[in-house]
Design a protein around this ligand. Structure first.
Ligand SMILES: Cc1cc2nc3c(=O)[nH]c(=O)nc-3n(C[C@H](O)[C@H](O)[C@H](O)COP(=O)(O)OP(=O)(O)OC[C@H]3O[C@@H](n4cnc5c(N)ncnc54)[C@H](O)[C@@H]3O)c2cc1C
Length: 589
């Protein structure tokens, strides 16, 4: 069969050969050097200064952005002619992952690298790139991205900021943007406004242009060391040459920027989770109660094991996505349009990385507080700060609710355009599963994660069954059925995460790496629990869509497809927890 695995969402319909999947174990020496450089920068220059950043010392934030520029961390996605390093997307992932050890600075960094530099790379004219990129990449200029307004966050295209063309070709912008990262000290801001109140358009606005000002710093729950302010535009004149992309096509700039931003946010969540597992494991090893280290208690092992397995899954799916984007770009030209197209192609995977990453991170940080007990609730320990700092991740870069709509929504749109072969596959499946002789996907004992392979094949069938039923039941009105879409998104997230984890673990087992047993334990644990979640989501979705005999028939088919015998997850979690405590954290290589 002709492979379409360079297509976003193709993993749902095709078996991915293990060898095609990028995993963290395949990092090159250059990648590892990039990780080390980022780690040392954060450890030596950012973490010792967290308190000053939290006191809003924006001169220091500027200095740190400049240092990030000196080290090449701002230019991973920027062509060399504009001062960048033009590296692969795996390199961007690595920088994001390692910078996340300081959440506040990671947000400052994201505002610069993902939200300001990237849209200029993707949509800028040659002149705009020459004018702005070298300064931004060097960290001499600080960037921001102003899309949200007080009345339009999720519904960003409903912005009220206006742009009016002047006789000399320049533009006058008026409006108020809200919650802008780096707002307090940015020099260059990507501003979205409606030309004549109608045509949504992106502009490059400099803070020094008359009429641009920042409002007061927001008093936030967390990330106190990053600046978040309104940006006011009072009859601001913007030169004719500063329209970014096409007039009326601002949504393309906004959405493509967010596609990549979401993927990178997923990567940041890996870094945050790894850090917290390290802290939790070390604390559990030294904290004694009832004469024993708390790490020896089963309830604590349960937490550490689960933190480990979930982190393994998001790490696996995020690296896989980076590999998919890099493969799609390999051999092609790297002009902005090509890169934007690749990001768009893998928008489903980027949304999965965002939702799964941010929710795993919050889970891990919550359990980290719990493992720290009372010390987790006071400011002397980092657990409290991590917990507050992470909460925003589920809100920005598209809330998780919006991303859950997008995940199945984008697949359905492709299906309706005849792409991906999703509709014929759902139809074939319906015929198959409604026949009583569907082969069982029960766990057996043979082979290398063969049971998990079969379980994941079953997840895909369940996803198609639910999505196919939803399309048939609601047709064009499916977008109104948000609960069903959310259940479907959850099944798709668990499917992609499970497959990514299992393939990675098979790689580890086949190559006989030193910690292959931990890979295997993490993947088996994750897939086992994913089966329970997939079943629950599928039942809820099917019961919302059908009833009576139809529902009974579909539930019988679901039982036949998803026949999964539980594994001993207690033993698997203990093994992972004991390894984390012995090794001082989530350490696989
Ligand atoms: C610290 C911080 C930094 C930020 N940085 C930036 C930045 O640099 N640039 C920028 O432009 N913005 C930024 N934002 C804004 C952020 O992107 C928005 O807050 C976010 O998009 C949500 O919009 P909102 O706050 O208006 O919430 P709303 O859109 O009002 O959403 C409220 C709730 O309703 C839900 N909801 C809304 N619409 C739907 C729907 N159609 N279906 C189902 N549920 C829905 C949401 O999921 C959410 O749970 C930042 C925000 C914060 C807190």
């Amino acid at each position: 069969m002709e492979t379409t695995l360079t297509k976003g969402g193709a993993w749902l319909l095709e078996d991915t050969p293990d060898a095609d999947v990028f995993t963290p174990e395949k990092l090159s020496d250059e990648h590892r050097l990039m990780a080390q450089t980022t780690d040392e920068f954060i450890a030596n220059e950012v973490l010792p200064n967290l308190d000053r950043l939290e006191e809003k010392d924006w001169e220091l934030a500027r200095t740190l952005i400049r240092r990030a520029g000196d080290l090449g961390l701002l230019g991973t996605n920027v062509p060399e002619e504009y001062g960048g390093l033009d590296l692969d997307k795996v390199s961007s992932l690595i920088v994001a992952e390692h910078i996340a050890r300081s959440a506040s600075f990671a947000v400052t960094y994201g505002g610069q690298a993902n939200l300001c530099i990237l849209p200029i790379v993707l949509f800028g004219t040659e002149e705009q790139k020459r004018q702005y990129l070298p300064g931004l990449v060097a960290g001499e200029l600080v960037g921001a991205y102003a899309l949200s307004e007080s009345g339009s966050g999720s519904d960003a295209l409903a912005a009220k900021t206006r742009a009016t063309k002047q006789a000399d070709g320049s533009w006058v912008l008026s409006g108020e943007k809200m919650w802008i990262t780096n707002g307090g000290f940015a020099d260059v801001i990507i501003v979205f406004a409606k030309v004549d109140g109608e045509h949504f358009t992106a502009f490059i606005v400099e803070k020094r242009f008359p009429g641009v000002s920042a409002g007061k710093e927001e008093h936030k729950m967390g990330i106190h060391g990053s600046s978040t302010t309104p940006i006011l535009l009072q009859d601001t004149t913007v030169p004719a040459g500063n329209v970014l992309g096409e007039i009326g096509k601002g949504h393309k700039v906004a959405l493509n920027t967010l596609n990549f931003g979401r993927f990178k946010l997923g990567a940041m969540c890996i870094g945050g989770s790894r850090q917290a597992i390290g802290d939790a494991a070390k604390y559990a090893a030294q904290r004694k109660q009832f004469g024993e280290p708390i790490a020896s208690f089963g309830a604590i092992k349960h937490k550490l094991g689960e933190m480990f397995a979930r982190t393994y899954a998001i790490e696996s799916l995020t690296y896989r996505t980076a590999g998919l984007i890099d493969a799609a770009l390999a051999g092609g030209t790297h002009d902005g349009a090509t890169v934007a197209h690749a990001f768009e192609e893998f928008a489903v995977e980027a949304s999965i990385a965002k939702v799964a990453g941010t929710e795993v991170l919050d889970y891990v940080l919550d359990e980290n507080v719990q493992i720290h007990g009372g010390n987790g609730f006071v400011r002397d320990y980092m657990a409290e700060r991590y917990y507050r700092d992470a909460r925003v991740n589920r809100i920005f870069e598209g809330t998780n609710e919006i991303n859950r709509m997008l995940i199945p929504g984008m697949l359905v749109r492709r299906a309706l355009k005849g792409e991906l072969g999703l509709i014929p596959a759902a139809k074939r499946l319906q015929d198959d599963v409604l026949a009583p002789s569907v082969p069982s996907t029960a766990f057996g004992d043979e082979g290398m994660l063969e049971d998990e392979r079969r379980a994941i094949a079953a997840f895909k069938k369940v996803a198609l069954m639910v999505l196919g039923t939803a399309m048939q039941t609601y047709g064009q009105k499916l977008t109104d059925e948000q609960e069903v879409l959310s259940y479907t998104a959850d099944i798709l997230i668990d499917t992609f995460a499970s497959e990514s984890a299992a393939i990675r673990a098979r790689h580890a087992l086949q190559s006989g790496g030193a910690h292959a047993d931990l890979h295997e334990a993490a993947a088996r644990l994750f897939v086992n629990d994913a089966a329970l979640r997939v079943e629950q989501s599928a039942k809820s979705a099917l019961a919302a869509m059908t009833d009576g005999d139809t529902l009974r028939t579909l539930l019988a088919a679901l039982r036949r497809v998803l026949k999964v015998t539980p594994v001993n997850t207690v033993a698997l979690r203990r093994r992972l927890a004991e390894a984390a405590v012995a090794r001082g954290g989530y350490i696989l290589n």
